[in-house]
Design a protein around this ligand. Structure first.
Ligand SMILES: *[C@@H]1O[C@H](CO)[C@@H](O)[C@H](O)[C@H]1NC(C)=O
Ligand SMILES: *[C@@H]1O[C@H](CO)[C@@H](O)[C@H](O)[C@H]1NC(C)=O
Ligand SMILES: *[C@@H]1O[C@H](CO)[C@@H](O)[C@H](O)[C@H]1NC(C)=O
Length: 320
């Protein structure tokens, strides 16, 4: 471990790195851990819902040692205060990006650098259901798949990864990593700019990439993670075309709804093919917008008062 990154990353990182340095001097079982080598500290963040053990009144050093010496522990949250507390987590932020929350005065300590934790949060704001990597690496696709299932997820199809990150996954996934994904006994390679499929079956010990269970299919619409200004019609179209799709038309949205597609729970009213309108697919079609011009054929709710900035509903170019 070079000294330079510590100096460059500043105090917050040094906070957790120091714990690691001290803990590693204990030797012993620590050398057996293969999942990650360092913890970074992200201020004012926590990973919610993955804790399996609390330590109250524990020093930072103590929490760090406990986590590093427990095979179940992949990260921890730390709260300063009258009574300090840490919570050992059975997963990391990359796996459960939706569970990362702001929390003043706390620290999330895990394998992700603070910048990566911030990026996870930015992406989550615009999108739900982001894929995450398993915390461990596996020798077989079956065992990676079983781990995804313990979190009610499944090994992602590549198109699910593409869509969820809308082309920006390279900022999140570590480069040059082999990952298990949905095609049996095949691995994909993250090479810095994109996720590509290996031609041959591989058996490198790798993490799996897990997606939330869903009824999505490749022909369903999806919502960009990027937001665009209302006037930026060209940008909206580019956002869709980067993923072989186009801003949806009303008939396409209606057809998708009738096939069983439901807009992911989200407050977004995305833009679509018609300018100066935005749409929403409620679980009951137009919902409260059922009467009048704010409802397309009983299914798609739309308003003539769009917000100034929104994501876009994209529909795949199926017949190109
Ligand atoms: C840890 O403490 C917090 C706050 O009191 C609580 O919400 C959480 O359920 C506890 N976790 C465990 C595993 O006991
Ligand atoms: C912290 O301790 C001080 C002194 O004992 C007490 O007055 C204060 O209410 C405590 N704060 C919290 C949040 O418990
Ligand atoms: C990633 O893979 C693609 C497709 O094989 C290739 O075009 C691209 O140059 C690669 N990028 C890097 C950084 O290796």
């Amino acid at each position: 471990m070079s000294v330079v990154p510590i100096l460059m990353m500043g105090l917050v990182v040094a906070f957790c790195m120091a714990w690691r340095a001290a803990a590693s001097q204990q030797g012993g079982s620590l050398a057996l851990r293969s999942a990650h080598q360092y913890f970074y500290g992200s201020g004012n963040q926590v990973l919610l819902g993955e804790g399996y053990r609390n330590l109250t009144g524990a020093s930072k050093m103590h929490c760090s040692k406990e986590c590093l010496s427990d095979d179940r522990c992949f990260s921890f949250n730390y709260w300063n205060g009258n009574v300090s507390r840490c919570e050992l987590n059975g997963a990391s932020a990359t796996r459960f990006p939706l569970a990362v929350r702001g929390w003043t005065g706390s620290y999330y300590c895990g394998p992700e650098k603070p910048l990566d934790v911030m990026r996870l949060q930015l992406l989550v704001k615009g999108d739900k259901g982001l894929p995450g990597l398993t915390d461990r690496t596996y020798d077989t696709q079956a065992s990676a798949s079983a781990d995804c299932q313990t979190a009610d997820q499944h090994l992602c199809e590549l198109w699910e990864v593409d869509r969820a990150y809308a082309g920006r996954y390279a900022e999140i996934l570590p480069a040059d990593t082999d990952i298990w994904y949905a095609v049996p006994d095949s691995q994909a390679l993250v090479n810095g700019s994109e996720v590509t499929q290996h031609g041959l079956p591989m058996t490198t010990s790798s993490p799996g990439i897990c997606c939330l269970g869903s009824q999505l299919s490749p022909q369903d619409p999806f919502i960009t993670s990027e937001y665009y200004s209302l006037q930026d019609v060209a940008g909206q179209a580019r956002g869709c075309s980067a993923l072989a799709s186009h801003p949806c038309t009303l008939p396409e949205l209606k057809a998708a709804y009738l096939r069983g597609y439901r807009q992911p729970t989200s407050s977004a009213w995305p833009y679509f093919a018609v300018r100066n309108r935005d749409v929403h697919l409620f679980s009951d079609g137009c919902g409260d917008y059922a009467d009048g011009p704010g409802c397309y054929e009983g299914v798609v709710a739309l308003t003539p008062r769009p917000r100034g900035s929104s994501p876009v509903f994209c529909c795949p170019n199926l017949y190109q």
